[in-house]
Design a protein around this ligand. Structure first.
Ligand SMILES: NCc1[nH]cc(CCC(=O)O)c1CC(=O)O
Length: 332
């Protein structure tokens, strides 16, 4: 029976899984350090950092430490860093004017990093939540996040970041028409080489909780973001958002969160063939790290597997809090 069976088994896919050498030869997707964008949190002060309890291993850094982090990232070969500010509650207002203050924490960090580590690409976040007394990404009037007034404010914010030296702007606000407005403003103000990576398919997700703690927005936020971020139940809508943002002048697009939305990443890459990114968000990081801390998951394995999955799904790069760890691993 056994001999007979062996005679007829012509296909043995296990032949190509026999050794690391053969597995390497036929591997379809490879994660490299070039795929990484490292999100960091910054705070005021000097030579100090504050751990974020829901994100083990991640801290808010003072500007000098953010510069040191950027130097370390360059040393590891990480191409880009993305800055998120923890704004002092006293600076938060309903009109959010701190968002476009040329000397706000985020803009000071951009300048400091570009001065010391010009080779790293600096990405920003464009949304009003770190500066908003009510925690929303846009301006609230009579309980509603108004669109056009928010776009005007966000465009000022974008220009201030470009002035500070940002290489890539990351509008994460999900207002209608913001990409076109920002692109026009950049062109008119001598910043035609500043790129836009649009958070085009950004879902109203439960996975942003730890991030909101990190930037100090959770306490302020009233209600949810369902009137502007996307319904997690929708897929076709994501493709319409991508088409619109590309049409308005986005250079790169993003799907966010990551792991629960890999189907969207694949559809975007297949449908448009443009530089496509995913954000492995704070809740994904927290979820993996919580299990790692309990000894339930192996950190290196789940880190590599979860990030490789983005490559397999068609992404060109990933924003991930694991960036320095994975870069160290990839260096061997
Ligand atoms: N609007 C700002 C913004 N930019 C990135 C994230 C989330 C990132 C993360 O969870 O890691 C958020 C939070 C939100 O939309 O509430």
């Amino acid at each position: 029976m056994t001999d007979d069976f062996a005679q007829h088994l012509r296909h043995r896919p296990r032949r190509l899984r026999r050794s690391p050498a053969i597995r390497g030869l036929v591997r379809e997707n490879t994660l490299t350090v070039d795929d990484l964008i490292w999100p960091i949190f910054v705070r005021d002060g000097e030579n100090d950092e504050t751990p974020i309890p829901s994100m083990p291993g991640v801290s808010r850094l003072t500007v000098d430490r953010a510069v040191a982090a950027a130097e370390m990232a360059v040393g590891l070969g990480i191409p880009a860093i993305c800055i998120f500010p923890y704004t002092d509650p006293s600076l938060k207002t309903e009109s959010c004017e701190e968002a476009w203050n040329p000397d706000n924490l985020s803009n000071r960090t951009i300048r400091a990093i570009k001065r010391t580590v010009p080779e790293i690409a600096v990405m920003t976040d464009i949304a009003l939540d770190p500066y908003n007394a009510n925690g929303h990404d846009g301006i609230v009037r009579n309980g509603y996040v108004v669109n056009d007034e928010s776009v005007a404010a966000l465009t000022r914010m974008a220009l201030a970041q470009a002035e500070a030296g940002a290489d890539i702007l990351g509008p994460s606000d999900m207002m209608d028409g913001r990409i076109g407005a920002m692109r026009d403003a950049l062109e008119e103000n001598g910043h035609s080489n500043v790129s836009i990576m649009s958070y085009s398919a950004k879902y109203s997700s439960g996975f942003y909780g730890p991030f909101r703690d990190a930037v100090g927005a959770s306490g302020a936020l009233k209600g949810d973001k369902n009137t502007y971020q996307m319904d997690p139940a929708n897929g076709d809508e994501a493709l319409r958002m991508i088409a619109r943002d590309l049409d308005e002048g986005a250079d790169m697009v993003m799907v966010k969160p990551g792991m629960p939305y890999l189907d969207i990443c694949r559809r975007v890459k297949d449908g448009f063939g443009v530089p496509t990114f995913a954000y492995q968000v704070s809740g994904e990081y927290a979820m993996l790290m919580a299990a790692v801390k309990n000894g339930w998951l192996d950190r290196d394995k789940v880190m590599i597997e979860s990030l490789t999955a983005f490559k397999r799904a068609g992404c060109d790069g990933i924003l991930t809090y694991f960036a320095p760890e994975i870069a160290r691993r990839l260096q061997g």
